[in-house]
Design a protein around this ligand. Structure first.
Ligand code: ADP
Ligand code: MG
Length: 391
């Protein structure tokens, strides 16, 4: 479905639920991080891309101008109501509507008044699949409120408002990448984001002969959050030994010199972060130059470092990467790596566009044979960020 078809579909669903058509429709994409993993909380670089998967939200004024917001989603049966005549508060932890509610709260906190409305949400970003359906939902909501109120936020402020919604309403202490790319993505571009300065740079990737193939291993090992906290602590400890505030300021040489002053595990964690920050800026340059084999090599190097130094991969992610590597550039694969926090979730591969159908078949079959699990795959070119479809 194209984005415009998705907008029409969501409008139809709105009409089914509420008995009349919507006045406003907004959309925001999910994302995949092409390279730069576990660098964000070390104040490094990330290089995400908006994907051709979107969350759409359609809305119309509440009946009789009532000061209440009704939130419905095709992905969740539980409709939620927000009373705008009282101070806003999060719903119980885990309630889906906390994501849009937090965005409403952000607008109100900035002194932007809101009227009551009815909304219908639909998403083609898989929920909980590591492709940031949560940020897509927040950013789609913020874009809808911009259309409704006629108040346009600066892109950085809008992304930070959405991040704050995720922190304060959903209770998830996320970084800034997901909201930044969902707001600022541009068609045929990746976004190089400096997680320290929050500066962004669009990296052109207009060559239509390549695309990103996202392969979901469809496994999620439950070590996630505890291991994540450990990695963060190890990075902070390594920075301390190096006498710096974050690993962003470290060099490979300085790390080597400090090797005998730190535990091996701490050394390897830092080696990943330092190497990955460098690979990310190198990959951005190689993409600008359309040097696809070089980008692919950097992606493999990223994966092996995440596997061996950072130890956040798993057998299923490794299986996909080895299948991809076995196919090689002749078969249409330049590179492949795990993407996201690790211990399951997705890999991302840089592939030749004209090989996508054959690759989808081959990778699914080989992965199924190796692991007994069915993968889900989809291809995407770099998509645009949030848009108003109907104002
Ligand atoms: P990810 O962002 O990787 O998809 P998260 O756990 O961060 O995973 O966010 C997923 C959660 O976001 C869902 O469990 C749900 O609460 C909420 N969500 C996202 N999109 C929708 C939607 N279209 N409808 C209802 N809830 C949604
Ligand atoms: Mg999320």
């Amino acid at each position: 479905m194209t984005l415009s078809e998705l907008g029409h579909f969501t409008a139809d669903q709105f009409a089914k639920a509420y008995g009349h058509g919507p006045r406003w429709i907004a959309a925001a994409p999910g994302r995949v991080n092409v390279i730069g993993e576990h660098t964000d909380y070390n104040e490094g670089f990330v290089l995400p891309m908006a994907i051709e998967r979107y969350t759409v939200i359609a809305a119309a004024p509440a009946a009789a101008g009532a000061p209440r917001v009704q939130l419905r989603s095709l992905e969740n049966d539980e409709a939620k109501m927000i009373d705008l005549s009282k101070p806003l508060q999060p719903f119980a932890r885990g309630t889906w509507a906390n994501y849009p509610a937090g965005v409403l709260a952000g607008f109100l906190a900035r002194g932007i008044p809101l009227n009551g409305f009815d909304a219908m949400i639909h998403s083609t970003v898989p929920l909980g699949g590591g492709l940031s359906s949560s940020a897509a939902l927040e950013v789609a909501t913020a874009t809808l409120l911009e259309a409704m109120t006629g108040r346009t936020l600066e892109p950085v402020e809008k992304a930070l408002l959405c991040q704050q919604a995720e922190h304060q309403y959903a209770g998830v202490p996320c970084g800034i990448m997901d909201q930044f790319i969902s707001v600022m993505g541009r068609q045929d571009h990746l976004l190089l984001l400096d997680c320290r300065s929050r500066q962004t740079e669009l990296v052109p990737m207009s060559d239509p002969s390549v695309a990103l193939l996202v392969i979901n291993t469809n496994v999620k090992h439950e070590l996630g959050s505890g291991e994540y906290a450990k990695r963060r602590a190890q990075c902070e400890a390594a920075a301390k030994v190096l006498g710096i505030s974050s690993l962003r300021d470290a060099t490979a040489v300085a790390l080597q010199q400090a090797k005998n002053r730190m535990e091996d595990v701490m050394f390897r964690r830092a080696r990943h972060v330092i190497g990955e920050i460098e690979r990310t800026t190198q990959a951005a340059q190689a993409i600008r130059n359309s040097h696809w084999p070089e980008v692919g090599q950097l992606m493999y190097a990223s994966h092996y470092s995440l596997r061996d130094n950072y130890e956040v991969s798993c057998t299923e992610l490794d299986a996909v990467v080895e299948i991809a590597r076995g196919i090689g550039p002749q078969g249409g694969v330049y590179g492949c790596r795990m993407t996201g926090g690790g211990f399951g979730g997705c890999t991302v591969a840089l592939v030749k566009t004209d090989a996508v159908d054959a690759l989808t078949r081959k990778i699914s079959e080989d992965y199924q044979r190796k692991t007994g699990i069915e993968a889900s795959l989809f291809v995407s070119r770099p998509a645009a960020g949030a848009t108003i479809l109907r104002a």
